[in-house]
Each structure stands twice: as structure tokens, then as C-alpha cells.
Design a protein around this ligand. Structure first.
Ligand SMILES: Nc1ncnc2c1ncn2[C@@H]1O[C@H](COP(=O)(O)OP(=O)(O)OP(=O)(O)O)[C@@H](O)[C@H]1O
Length: 317
């Protein structure tokens, strides 16, 4: 672990499954201390990339390095990278704690660490129940506990919030953030941009095995939110007229709400006050992650739905 600074590098990965190109020259770097969202529609190549990172699949070309090494060259893998690829991968008749004990024994990890991680993920009270009776949320927690056993600097989670209820989603988001605050590298995949709202600091967006965008969330949101002001007014028509006359682009977003592009909030206040138009609320517009991403690519379809010919490719599987 001494030489593992937690950086994950993906360099020129290519992978084909028969006639299907899963990865088509994929390159990106994941840095420690932040949550990186790994986003793309179903079939984009997220799981394949993660499996290659973990040495579960071989690349046709290129490589994935964890702290500068390929997975198979790591001396103590469980202490260098933790992963949850499939939360269902626990034997149903096995108790949660026993599942972790078995993992710990095989890697010479002390029993006290098992109880520590159970506590960390909030599963201590259910630890002696059989995993078959766990809810999806509990299985996700058990999977995360397993990933944390070796206290690794790098964590990979494949679709960890898929199918969870709002409470489970909230918990995972907070937990991912706390792992990143500890300085760890956290890579979390999702096929929905909205699932990464409020948790990702950085985004690597892929489509058809290629990187479409590699950007900080802050910059992405700032660019999409810039120069937009949200306004609430009982005199919507008058407000629209005054602002549009001053050169602003105005869109009605509700019965008494408007979004204004062009002038900043101060200028909007000035214009409305000058014209005697009443308003009750004014704030900087905050774009959603999905909205920001759509603006960046200008290509809603690429992300929102797999093109038709991909459905054909699926049939080849
Ligand atoms: N073992 C396999 N055999 C054949 N084709 C595969 C195999 N694994 C993945 N593929 C194909 O490779 C492509 C990428 O799949 P992958 O599972 O990596 O995508 P993904 O982004 O993780 O999608 P999802 O969100 O659905 O998990 C898809 O077209 C998929 O059908």
C-alpha cells in the first residue's frame, strides 16, 4: 500500500466480445479525495472497465492501473482496492458477519476489523442474520463492508444505488462522500446522471466504450447555471416585458416563476424596481446535473436512450 497513492489510471482500453466492441480506446484518470461518477447508458462499458480494473476480465489492448500497478501485480489486493460489483453475490444461507469473516480469514484480516466495518455501514445489529433475509439496502451495506475490510485507498462501486429506496440512496451518498473526505479514491458507476447529484465531485461520462466528458461537477454546474436567475413574481407578464426589452432571455417556468438569462441578479432587481414591477423571490438559478450535462453535450439522445442498433448488438450476447 506504501506505493499506492490511490490514483487509478485507465489507458487506451480496448475490449471486444465477439462482434461487440465494449471498450473503444477508453482513457481517464481517477484521483484520490473525491467521488468520481462513472456514468453512461446501459451497455456503455462501465462494468467491463471495472472488471478489467479488478483483473476479472482481460483487455484486448491498453491497461488499467491501481496506484501504478495492474491488479495482478498488487501484493495485497484487498488492502489496495475494495470493490462492490454485485450486491447479490452473497450466499443466502450465510449470516452477514460470517460472509465477512470468511473474506477476512482468507486475507489474514483480524476479526475486530469485521465488527468495525459492520459498525461503519450500520449493519452491526443485523450481522448475525442470514443474508437471504436481507433487504437490497442491507445487501448493499454488506457489499460495502466487504469492500472496506482491507481499509483500501481505492474503492470501486458498480451501480450501488440501483433499486434502493430514497433513505438507502441518501445513506450511500453520504457514505461515499465521507470515504472521499478520508482521502480515498471513490469511483461509482451509474446509468443515471441524476443518481450522482449531490455525491459526485467529478464525472467521467462514457458512451459506446469511449469517454464523452471528463469534467469537475462544480465547473459543469457553474457553466450551466451562469447568468441565470430564478424569479418569483405576481406580475409575470409585466416582468417578462421589462426584462425582454432590456435584452434578457426570459422563460416562464411556472404560474408565477421565471428564469432569466443574461443580466445578473442585481441587474434584474434594478430593472424590475425601476419599472415598478413587484417580485417576491430572486435567486441564482442552480442547474441540475442532468440539465448541465445535456447542455454540455447538446445531445440528449446519446445519454438518455441506447440507439436502436445497440439493441441489435445486445441480441448477439
Ligand atoms: N461477457 C460478455 N459477453 C458478451 N458481451 C458482453 C459481455 N460483457 C459485456 N458485454 C457487452 O459489452 C458491452 C458493455 O457492457 P457493460 O456491461 O460493460 O456495460 P455497462 O455500461 O456496465 O452497462 P450496464 O449499466 O447495463 O451494466 C455491452 O454491449 C454488453 O452487451
Amino acid at each position: 500500500m506504501d506505493s499506492n497513492d490511490g490514483t487509478v489510471q485507465v489507458r487506451g482500453l480496448h475490449k471486444r466480445f465477439g462482434p461487440v466492441t465494449a471498450l473503444d480506446g477508453l482513457s481517464f484518470t481517477v484521483t484520490p479525495g473525491q467521488v468520481t461518477g462513472f456514468v453512461g447508458p446501459n451497455g456503455a462499458g462501465k462494468s467491463t472497465t471495472m472488471r478489467i480494473m479488478l483483473g476479472l476480465d482481460g483487455a484486448d489492448d491498453g491497461e488499467a492501473l491501481i496506484g501504478g500497478r495492474r491488479y495482478h501485480a498488487l501484493r495485497t489486493p484487498l488492502h489496495e482496492v475494495g470493490a462492490m460489483l454485485d450486491a447479490a453475490a452473497v450466499h443466502p444461507s450465510r449470516r452477514g458477519r460470517d460472509h465477512l469473516l470468511w473474506l477476512a480469514h482468507s486475507h489474514r484480516i483480524p476479526v475486530r476489523r469485521v465488527d468495525e466495518v459492520l459498525e461503519l455501514v450500520g449493519l452491526a445489529s443485523a450481522a448475525r442474520r442470514r443474508a437471504g433475509g436481507y433487504s437490497l439496502g442491507m445487501r448493499q451495506r454488506l457489499g460495502i463492508a466487504g469492500a472496506l475490510l482491507g481499509d483500501p485507498p481505492v474503492l470501486l462501486f458498480d451501480e450501488p444505488v440501483n433499486g434502493l429506496d430514497p433513505e438507502g440512496i441518501r445513506w450511500i451518498r453520504g457514505f461515499l462522500r465521507s470515504l472521499a473526505r478520508e482521502g480515498r479514491t471513490v469511483l461509482v458507476s451509474s446509468h443515471l446522471m441524476s443518481e450522482l447529484e449531490d455525491s459526485a465531485d467529478h464525472l467521467v461520462v462514457i458512451g459506446r466504450g469511449r469517454v464523452i466528458a471528463d469534467t469537475s461537477v462544480r465547473e459543469l454546474l457553474a457553466a450551466a447555471s451562469a447568468d441565470r436567475v430564478a424569479l418569483r413574481t405576481s406580475a409575470r407578464t409585466e416582468a417578462m416585458t421589462v426584462l425582454a426589452t432590456a435584452g434578457a432571455t426570459v422563460a416562464a417556468t411556472g404560474r408565477d416563476t421565471l428564469t432569466v438569462s443574461g443580466p445578473d441578479a442585481e441587474k434584474v432587481v434594478q430593472l424590475l424596481s425601476g419599472a415598478g414591477v413587484p417580485f417576491s423571490e430572486i435567486s441564482a438559478h442552480r442547474a441540475s446535473l442532468e440539465e448541465a450535462y445535456m447542455e454540455l453535450t447538446g445531445d440528449a439522445l446519446e445519454f438518455a436512450a441506447a440507439p436502436l442498433d445497440e439493441a441489435d448488438e445486445e441480441g448477439v450476447r
